[in-house]
Write a protein that binds this ligand. Structure first.
Ligand code: ADP
Ligand code: ZN
Length: 704
């Protein structure tokens, strides 16, 4: 199949059906490879845009593209999304009755379906259509499920090797977000596509801001964090069921609509929570790690780890559920030693205990890092970032080091005097001179260093001790009740004048208290974005599809910025294709117009030309606009010129004739394109008004 057949159709099809103007990274190359009938292996992070890689070829090729997918929930979501874009697609599974199933097979035979989603278990029922005259391409989503090396092994995936055998001339495209080499090789072997072209994308998710905070007062920190994110969807991952329920309750007590999700709930309850989240009916889900697998929700704006994840793979996968639409998202991780200790306990005794502990150790190092966190993450996945990312807490707030030798010495000598037998809490109590039962009972108040650190807060001592541990000046003996112990480095500080450099702990709790006094922000509710979001929500309920399938947050943001007021402008929005224009265009344009109307009373300076535009679109003449707005008509003309050069829908030739434009064009060349309007005006000896010159230039520049 020669490449040129499709080349000219790629971008128009992308725009018409998906509403996008350009391909991302490797999408184009992948689509072209599939269209050349070649097998592909696509490795792209979550949110990278894998779906387009097989959905676009499906539209161009004759026949139906079969999509193998492991989760029924995901299939439904994708099919709803495709239908919303006017693409004939369906899924086939055991929950359907015979009539429904037959109808689907019929549509394949009639070439009336572009995409058919199916779980591997249901393939056997598709025997009749599994031949090369009906099937155009086979996409295998979540292809890592085929490999027992991967973390999501599904035995039913292992029978998929037969596909290449029975349909040898049909291209197979395998897609996954799992990078490791063993899994990749396994996919190629088992699918029998050894010569597939591999496409490896960067694993960087630049739009996700990374932050790690010490786990003091987590609940208030979380409440404070979410209060500032009015109405934005987010997930909070917790270690235990109890945690999920506690946090969820606290959030609700503070006016944030949240639900808990964990394995202790019934299947129905879990489905309900998941659905409410997808439909934006609940803002936050507090979940154990089980949550999120089958969720493609593109507008998750934050992921919080209330507890430390077991390993970096899990962490990356979980934060990857935010910001799939490419807009800014935030990943906030709380780091606590208690969690590390707990996770160590979970790991001990496991068959691969050593591996688990080593992975936990890497996770801990990531949390404690003083260097760009994204660099650490990506290097873990074998990808090297040349520059610091600028979008993590370390980059944004680089640590300031000071000479902390005396502080270090106080800690180390206290550890010595406690015979290296006490955990962090007791060491700090001694330093601060606490007279609690434990201290008095053990007579620690007689120790020489008792109370030498009363001037430093408990929390700060804790931070300093963590820093000493990270720098190797002391360590936690996990097998001895987590006692703090000395290392070979300790003596250098105590006896050889080796200096210790520490960073000042960031006092976030202070921030929490301060901001609690402020009223939560309400002003955002009147923004155009908020109004469009409400409209989207209304439509989502009416049509029973998730709001993000109506339009993504990114599309709404662009509408807010561009304020399209005509069909042709609406179509320029990324994410608006032909069908969405037809079905939703009028309602959204009306909402934008009504928003603009409400602004006419008190226009902001920056919006003044848009107010003019709104009046223009409602049919007023320049003079009428000028009266309505109490502005000079020359000002209104300058708005018209700007609107025209901004690409707005202006009938420019109502204001300046084609011959006038030609005349200005000639003069422009003669005068060597002067910067100001005056030379033109003088050239025409006052015969052509300033505003006409201006409009003519706008036409000339727009065409150029
Ligand atoms: P993945 O399956 O890799 O996790 P998706 O295919 O769901 O990712 O795409 C993630 C998001 O990116 C979706 O909201 C999708 O609509 C959007 N997207 C994909 N390709 C493009 C593109 N070329 N331009 C703009 N947005 C895109
Ligand atoms: Zn960084």
């Amino acid at each position: 199949m020669p490449k040129s057949n499709f080349q000219a159709q790629l971008l128009p099809t992308l725009k018409t059906y998906f509403g996008y103007d350009s391909f991302r990274d490797q999408q184009k190359a992948i689509v072209e490879t599939v269209l050349r009938n070649k097998d592909c292996l696509v490795i792209m992070p979550t949110g990278g845009g894998k779906s387009i890689c097989f959905q676009l070829p499906a539209l161009l090729l004759k026949g139906t593209t079969l999509v193998i997918s492991p989760l029924i929930a995901l299939m439904k979501d994708q099919v709803d999304g495709l239908n919303a874009n006017g693409i004939p697609a369906a899924f086939f599974n055991s929950s359907q009755d015979t009539a429904q199933q037959e109808d689907i097979l019929d549509r394949v035979i009639k070439a009336d379906l572009k995409l058919l989603y199916v779980a591997p278990e249901s393939l056997a029922a598709l025997q009749n259509i599994l031949n090369e005259s009906y099937i155009s391409c086979i996409a295998i989503d979540e292809a890592h499920c085929i490999s027992s090396w991967g973390h999501d092994f599904r035995p039913s995936y292992q029978q998929l090797g037969f596909l290449k055998k029975s349909l040898p001339n049909i291209p197979i495209i395998a897609l996954t977000a799992t990078a490791d080499k063993a899994t990749r090789q396994d996919i190629l072997n088992q699918l029998q596509i050894p010569n597939a072209t591999a496409f490896l994308s960067s694993f960087d998710r630049e739009n996700i801001e990374l932050e790690v905070r010490p786990a003091n007062n987590r609940a208030s920190q979380i409440i404070n964090f979410i209060t500032k994110k009015s109405n934005e969807s987010g997930i909070i991952y917790c270690l235990s069921r109890k945690n999920t329920e506690q946090i969820s309750k606290k959030l609700n007590d503070n006016g944030i609509h949240a639900s808990a999700y964990h394995a202790g709930l019934s299947f129905e309850e879990r489905t309900k929570v998941q659905e409410n989240f997808i439909f934006d009916k609940v803002q936050v889900v507090c979940a154990t790690v089980a949550f999120g697998m089958g969720i493609d929700k593109s507008n998750v704006r934050f992921v919080i780890h209330h507890n430390m994840p077991k390993n970096i793979e899990g962490y990356y996968q979980e934060i990857g559920r935010s910001g799939r639409d490419g807009l800014n998202a935030k990943a906030l991780l709380f780091h606590s030693y208690a969690d590390v200790i707990q996770l160590r306990k979970f790991a001990s005794g496991a068959a691969n205990e050593e591996v688990q502990i080593a992975k936990l150790e890497r996770m801990k190092q990531f949390s404690e890092a003083n260097t760009c966190r994204r660099k650490i993450l990506l290097s873990y996945f074998g990808e090297l970032l040349a520059e610091n990312c600028g979008n993590c807490d370390v980059c944004k707030n680089p640590p300031q080091f000071f000479d902390g030798t005396i502080i270090g010495q106080k800690i180390l000598s206290t550890i010595t005097r406690l015979n290296e037998s006490e955990a962090t809490g007791t060491v700090i109590d001694v330093l601060r001179g606490a007279k609690n039962a434990n201290i008095l009972e053990k007579r620690y108040d007689r120790i020489k260093t008792f109370g030498i650190g009363h001037d430093i807060t408990w929390k700060d001592w804790q931070q300093y001790i963590i820093q000493l541990i990270n720098q190797g000046f002391c360590e936690i003996a996990f097998h001895k009740n987590n006692a703090l112990q000395l290392t070979s480095f300790s003596n250098k500080v105590l006896y050889e004048n080796t200096k210790i450099y520490l960073t000042r702990p960031v006092d976030r709790i202070e921030n929490v208290k301060e901001e609690k006094r402020k009223q939560p922000k309400k002003s955002k509710d009147n923004s155009l974005f908020e109004r469009l979001r409400k409209l989207r929500y209304k439509i989502s309920l009416e049509e029973n599809i998730p709001a993000y399938l109506v339009f993504s947050d990114a599309a709404l943001k662009e509408m807010e910025r561009v304020r399209p007021m005509s069909a042709s402008e609406f179509l320029t929005i990324s994410g608006v294709g032909q069908r969405k224009l037809e079905v939703y265009g009028d309602e959204f344009i009306a909402e934008i117009m009504s928003f603009m109307n409400s602004k006419i009373k008190a226009p902001k300076k920056t919006e003044t030309h848009m107010v003019t535009y709104q009046l223009y679109k409602s049919g007023l003449s320049i003079d009428e606009i000028s009266i309505e707005r109490k502005l000079k008509s020359t000002t209104i003309y300058s708005h018209i010129a700007k609107l025209h050069s901004d690409g707005k829908d202006i009938n420019i030739f109502d204001f300046v004739s084609k011959s006038e434009v030609e005349a200005v064009k000639k003069v422009k060349t003669e005068l060597d394109a002067p910067k100001s309007l005056k030379p033109y005006f003088e050239h025409f000896e006052g015969e052509l008004d300033y505003f006409k010159i201006r409009l003519a230039l706008s036409v000339i520049d727009t065409k150029a």
